[in-house]
Design a binder for this molecule. Sequence first.
Ligand SMILES: Nc1ncnc2c1ncn2[C@@H]1O[C@H](COP(=O)(O)OP(=O)(O)OP(=O)(O)O)[C@@H](O)[C@H]1O
Ligand SMILES: [Mg+2]
Length: 252
Amino acid sequence: MEPDVAKPAIQRPCDSAAHEGPRAAAPAVIDLRGVAKHYDAAAGPVPVLAGVDLTIVQGEAVALKGVSGSGKSTLLHILGAIERPDGGTVNVCGQDLVGLDARAQTSFRARQIGFVFQFFNLIPTLTARENVIAALEPLGGTRSSRDETAVCALRSVGLGDHIDKYPAQLSGGEQQRVAIARAVAKRPPVLLADEPTGALDETTARQVLALLDAVRREHGCAVVIATHDPAVAAHVDRVVRLERGRLVGEFP
Ligand SMILES: Nc1ncnc2c1ncn2[C@@H]1O[C@H](COP(=O)(O)OP(=O)(O)OP(=O)(O)O)[C@@H](O)[C@H]1O
Ligand SMILES: [Mg+2]
């Protein structure tokens, strides 16, 4: 079903109790309070986030919208322990991310976060199988169990016939499927996707969104998709928008 993009959105605080549904019962996986972030540029500090509050529960999918430069990627990086905020609290999977040192950030990311990027970010010298295995290595286990998990993940995204191909031998849509398999093979509780359809044609983009949907339903992970793509709205529970450094909710 096509999203009703023409319908004007009702703006409410993004954590409005008026938004019912699966959120009511499920535990929070992501909880941000008063998150602030600026970058230092030659011309002075660039404020990006100015007090972001957001709660996302287990199994919930949220689209993160906002004009270019509004801070979507910055917010995903904070959620994924790639960057630290200047202020506020960030709790993901019960872990306070603000206090983590670089080593603990890396370990947290490896275990708890699956990332999907616009341009797939596959390692070009590794096959699809090896790309997925590389993401499983920090978690330990045996070589054969990692291989089995990787093959299983690639089959689950419909790439059973492409397991030993290199990224250059795959289409954009197939590469994004490998990236999704890599992100979810470790069964992370949080899946973060930064413009996952931005480099894909419309048909392939819809297939990738349907796949993200299927993955979420199967694994029960929380999903945050930063996007400009109006088609994403049909695949999430909720859309939030970054405006002037804060989040506002949109409920159609
Ligand atoms: N590492 C950095 N150093 C300095 N400024 C940065 C850095 N990363 C982001 N910025 C600035 O922060 C602002 C927000 O950037 P961000 O990439 O989060 O926006 P975005 O909403 O993801 O944009 P887009 O839709 O174009 O991807 C921009 O003004 C950007 O120039
Ligand atoms: Mg971005």
